[in-house]
Design a protein around this ligand. Structure first.
Ligand code: IPM
Ligand code: MG
Length: 407
C-alpha cells in the first residue's frame, strides 16, 4: 500500500467524522415537533416513484381523494403530485434526489411515497444512492414505524426501526482503500439512539403495552450496538410500567417463526439494518411485503411508503398492473392517523381489512390469475362507500376472534 493511499483513507475518515459531528450538533438543537392542527391546508405530496410505483400511487390517491373529499373542499388538506423521482431522472442528474424534486418534497408537510428503484453495484444503472435512504436523511425521518398484524394468529407487532443512522448513514461512503481492502462504516449517535428508543417506549406506555423488546447484536458489534443497548437500559429505567428485554438479531429472526414465542413480542426497537431485515420477515406472516405499510417520522416532515421496492421483475415480465396496492394504501392510512384524521384513517383500514383479510372477493396474486391493482381498488372503493362499513367490519372481525378462541 502506498503512503498516498493511506493518506487518502485517513482524510476520508476524518471528513466522515466531521460530518457526523455536525449532524450531532444539529440534533442537539432539539427542534420542535410540527403541529399539524395549526396548518391550513396540510400539504400532502404524492410521490410516484418508478416501476410499479406510479400504478399503485394512482390507485392510492384515488382512495385518498375519496375519503378526504370534504377536507379538500374545506381547504384543510391539499394534494401535490411529485413525478420526478423516477430512476431515469435520478440517473440523468446523477443524484439520489434531483434538487428540484427535493424542493418539491420540502414544500409539503407529509409525503406519500411510492417505491423507487435502488441501483446496485454491477447493475444496469450507475450506482447512485438509494432515493429512500437519501430522503430519510435529507428530511431527518429518524423513526421507521412498521406494524404487522395477523389477528387469527395472535400476532400484533409494531417495529420501531432507527432510520437515519447505523449501517445506512455512511452506506455510500465506504472506502476501497487498496485493490485488496474495502471498508464500510457504521455510525450511531447518543441522540439518534435516544430519540428512537424513547419513541418506542413512549408508544408502549401510551398504548398500555407493558413490554418493549430491544434487538441488537451487541455481543459482537460492541461499540455501536453497545451504545444502542446502553441507551435502552437508561431509558427503560424511566418507564417502570414497562418490562423490557434484549434479544440478538440472529435468535430474534428464529423466534419470529416460533408460534409460541412470537405472540409475546409487541413493541420492538432496533438499529437500522436489523430493522430492515426483520420487518421483511415479519411482513411475510401477514401476506408478504405487498401488504405492509411503513411510516418514516421526523419532527418536521413525515413520509409514508410501502415496505417493498419497485418490483422491476414484475415490470420486466409485463405484470405491473397486477401489483398489490395494499401496502401503500395502508401507509396512506398511517399518514392520515399521523396528521390527525383518525376517522378517515379508520375507514380505510376497515375497508382494507374487509377486502384483503376477511372477505377477499378479489384477490391480488401479482399475476394474471388474480385481480389487477385497479380492479382491487374498485372493490375497495365500493366497500368504502358501504353505509354499514363499520358493522360489516365488526362482525367479520368477531368471527375471526371466535375462531381463534375455539381453536
Ligand atoms: C426498506 C427498503 C429500503 C431499505 C431500500 C429500498 C433502500 O428495503 O424500506 O426497507 O433498505 O431501507
Ligand atoms: Mg427493506
Amino acid at each position: 500500500m502506498s503512503s498516498s493511499e493511506l493518506e487518502k483513507a485517513k482524510a476520508h475518515f476524518s471528513a466522515l467524522i466531521e460530518e457526523q459531528l455536525a449532524r450531532v450538533a444539529e440534533m442537539k438543537k432539539n427542534a420542535q415537533w410540527i403541529d399539524y392542527a395549526s396548518l391550513k391546508p396540510i400539504l400532502i405530496g404524492v410521490c410516484w416513484g418508478d416501476g410499479i410505483g406510479p400504478i399503485i400511487a394512482q390507485e392510492t390517491q384515488r382512495v385518498l381523494e375519496h375519503v378526504l373529499a370534504e377536507e379538500v373542499r374545506e381547504g384543510r388538506v391539499a394534494f401535490r403530485t411529485i413525478e420526478g423521482l423516477t430512476i431515469e431522472n435520478r440517473i440523468k442528474h446523477l443524484k439520489a434526489i434531483p434538487d428540484d424534486v427535493l424542493a418539491e418534497l420540502k414544500a409539503c408537510h407529509v409525503i406519500l411515497k411510492a417505491p423507487t428503484t435502488t441501483p446496485e453495484k454491477g447493475g444496469p444503472y450507475p450506482n447512485i444512492e438509494s432515493a429512500n435512504v437519501a430522503m430519510r436523511r435529507e428530511l431527518d425521518l429518524f423513526a421507521n414505524v412498521r406494524p404487522v398484524q395477523v389477528p387469527q394468529e395472535g400476532i400484533d407487532w409494531i417495529f420501531f426501526r432507527e432510520n437515519t443512522e447505523g449501517a445506512y448513514i455512511l452506506g455510500s461512503k465506504g472506502i476501497q482503500v487498496t485493490e485488496d481492502l474495502a471498508i464500510d462504516f457504521t455510525a450511531v449517535t447518543k441522540q439518534g439512539c435516544e430519540r428512537i428508543i424513547e419513541m418506542a417506549f413512549n408508544y408502549a406506555h401510551t398504548n398500555k403495552i407493558p413490554k418493549v423488546t430491544v434487538v441488537t447484536k451487541a455481543n459482537v458489534i460492541k461499540t455501536t450496538d453497545g451504545l444502542f443497548l446502553e441507551t435502552a437500559e437508561r431509558i427503560g429505567k424511566r418507564y417502570p410500567d414497562i418490562k423490557w428485554d434484549a434479544w440478538y438479531i440472529d435468535i430474534m429472526t428464529a423466534k419470529l417463526i416460533d408460534p409460541k414465542r412470537r405472540t409475546q413480542f409487541r413493541v420492538l426497537v432496533m438499529p437500522n439494518l436489523y430493522g430492515d431485515i426483520l420487518t421483511d420477515e415479519a411482513a411475510e406472516f401477514q401476506g408478504g411485503v405487498g401488504t405492509a405499510g411503513s411510516a418514516n417520522i421526523g419532527k418536521r416532515y413525515a413520509m409514508f411508503e410501502a415496505i417493498h421496492g419497485s418490483a422491476p421483475r414484475m415490470m420486466e415480465e409485463g405484470r405491473g398492473q397486477y401489483a398489490d396496492p395494499c401496502s401503500l394504501i395502508r401507509a396512506a392510512a398511517m399518514m392520515l392517523r399521523h396528521i390527525g384524521f383518525i376517522a378517515n384513517a379508520e375507514k380505510i383500514e376497515m375497508a382494507l381489512d374487509i377486502c384483503s383479510r376477511f372477505e377477499k372477493e378479489r384477490v391480488i396474486t401479482g399475476r394474471a390469475d388474480g385481480a389487477t391493482s385497479r380492479q382491487f381498488c374498485d372493490y375497495l372503493m365500493e366497500t368504502l362507500q358501504d353505509p354499514y362499513l363499520q358493522n360489516r367490519w365488526g362482525s367479520l372481525r368477531k368471527n375471526i376472534q371466535t375462531t381463534r378462541q375455539e381453536a
